[in-house]
Write a protein that binds this ligand. Structure first.
Ligand code: SIN
Length: 537
């Protein structure tokens, strides 16, 4: 088996991974491993922008208060405040790295707004902010000779000294990968490994996420024995385009920020009936309201209506959304846009500090894969890119501070055991199980939950996990199989966290416990299993 050595291993190529790589490059050999192409990530699909206090009429206190309010009592206030305070510095650094945030003719930033914000504070690059951030950071990464990029390199599992039964405290020393170029399993060995693998929207049938969002980092960390927190808090974005040819296309919340209303089939604007903030209430409230209205009326979707704006206005502010909708036959200044909620963001993940530090020495987690306490029970819109950037920079500095203390080049990583595994002749099993995981999660662990639905989902997912484990032993690994295994593991984590939270709070709403329990609140729901996960009897 080939083993590649580096000083810093980064798994994932969104804003967290690329930012950390750039920060680390002057200090050692960096490898960025990503399972498909570098530009494919949740970051690259982000439309809205990056929230940051830049307007003198706004304040850090207001940004913190809005974040805590959306987070429904579960944010870590200190983490929120640090991230909000460091926003301006990171925005300046991103601009220096080439991100073209939009400015007004007078030089001030053009600021958008989204649900839950009491001030305009969303910096953006048109409506393709994430794509612009990705483009700019990738250009910088490609200029750095110290960064080796490995595309089509799909992480399988973390390698830890405990797993190899080596003496001393357990430490992460890298990971096994399926190398798309050679088709072989390789190991990348490093004293410092960062999970920057993003989210897991693909656990659900309908999602705004790209296909790569299969929860790989959370699943690998869990299998390595790390505690996973708050996975019940899955954010459903209220306005995913409802169209058979564009299933995951997001209509940014910034469209509501510019005055779009949510209406039902009859043209009735219903949000005021659910919250005085109307269409700009926090996302959990808006998504539940749409779900309620659709089910009550028997409609197939709700509609976004921004027809009070002129063609010039919408085209200028939302060029990408406008063009995509126009291709499908919708004109924003003339037509109502059909929308439904879809899985968008995981507030839970690998428990980590603001510096990405996890409970496994040598392993860091930054961005959507991590649960730092920034988002609590519901993430405030446009806070995720900010969190990912600030935490990645902290994590890189933390690694550099320990750089000379750990060397792992002598650690003998065992060869990948393929046993009697054969090439698969039953790819249909992977396809079928992939669909079953996603359908079960959508039907039983969606926006509105009950104990019975969770139990039903749990039984199905457990069976699927057993089947997948057998398949995994019998056949050679493929990227599809690895993703399916991770999806099923994440599905189980979501259900188990949902069982642990016997109240409705933020994004977790259950008909069995409709109230928020403030008298005896559960802070984080934690799943902590031995390495390898619980026995599947
Ligand atoms: C959006 O543009 O609506 C998404 C922004 C976010 O999820 O933070």
């Amino acid at each position: 088996m080939d083993i590649i050595d580096c000083d810093f291993l980064i798994i994932g190529s969104g804003i967290a991974g690329l930012s950390a790589a750039l920060e680390l490059a002057p200090h050692g050999r960096v490898i960025v491993a990503t399972k498909r192409s570098l530009e494919l990530s949740n970051t690259a699909w982000a439309q809205g922008g990056v929230s940051c206090v830049v307007d003198p009429a706004d304040s850090i206190e207001a940004h913190v208060a809005d974040t805590l309010d959306a987070g429904a009592g579960l944010c870590n206030a200190q983490v929120v405040e640090t991230i909000a305070r460091e926003g301006q510095r990171e925005i300046a650094a991103l601009e220096a790295q080439g991100v073209p945030f939009e400015h007004l003719p007078g030089g001030e930033y053009h600021l958008g707004t989204e649900g839950g914000h009491t001030h305009r504070r969303v910096l953006h690059a048109g409506d393709i902010t994430g794509a612009e951030i990705t483009r700019a950071l990738l250009m910088r990464v490609q200029e750095q000779p110290g960064i080796l990029v490995k595309e089509n390199c799909c992480a399988i599992d973390l390698v830890t000294t405990g797993w190899m039964r080596l003496a001393g405290p357990t430490r992460c020393v890298g990971a096994y990968f399926l190398d798309g170029e050679s088709g072989a399993v390789i190991a990348i060995r490093a004293p410092f490994t960062m999970l920057a693998t993003g989210g897991a929207g693909k656990v659900y049938l309908y999602t705004t996420n790209p296909d790569v969002a299969t929860g790989d980092g959370v699943a690998m960390a869990w299998r390595a024995g790390l505690p996973i927190a708050n996975m019940e808090f899955v954010q459903f974005h209220p306005t995913c385009l409802y169209h058979p040819e564009a299933r995951s296309f997001l209509i940014s919340e910034a469209v509501r920020g510019e005055g779009a209303e949510l209406v039902n089939e009859a043209g009735d604007a219903f949000m005021q009936r659910h919250d005085p903030r109307g269409a700009l209430a926090p996302r959990d409230i808006v998504a539940r309201a749409i779900d309620y209205e659709i089910k009550k009326r028997g409609d197939t979707c709700a509609y976004l209506d921004i027809t009070h704006k002129s063609e010039e206005q919408v085209r200028k502010r939302f060029p990408n959304i406008y063009a995509t909708l126009a291709e499908l036959g919708y004109r924003m200044e003339r037509d109502r846009i059909p929308v439904v909620p879809a899985a968008h963001y995981f507030c839970g993940g690998v428990r980590a500090g603001i510096d990405g530090v996890t409970e496994l020495p040598g392993l860091y987690a930054c961005g959507e894969v991590a649960c730092t306490g920034m988002h609590g029970a519901n993430r405030l819109a446009s806070n995720s890119l900010l969190e990912a950037r600030v935490c990645a920079v902290h994590a890189a500095r933390h690694m550099v501070s320990l750089r000379n203390r750990f060397h792992v080049e002598d650690v003998r990583i065992p060869d990948w055991e393929r046993g009697n595994a054969m090439p698969s002749n039953e790819a249909v099993v992977v396809e079928h199980n992939w669909n079953e995981v996603r359908t079960s999660m959508w039907d039983y662990v969606g926006i509105v939950r009950t104990n019975k639905r969770l139990e039903r989902a749990f039984r199905r997912i457990r069976n699927l996990r057993r089947e997948i484990r057998e398949y995994y032993r019998e056949y050679l690994v493929s990227t599809d199989l690895l993703e399916l295994r991770n999806l099923a593991d994440v599905a189980e984590l979501v259900i188990r966290c949902a069982f642990l939270r016997r109240e409705s709070r933020g994004l977790h709403f259950t008909l069995d416990y409709r109230e928020t329990n403030n008298a005896d609140p559960v802070r984080d729901t934690l799943i902590s299993d031995p390495p390898g996960g619980p026995l599947l009897l």
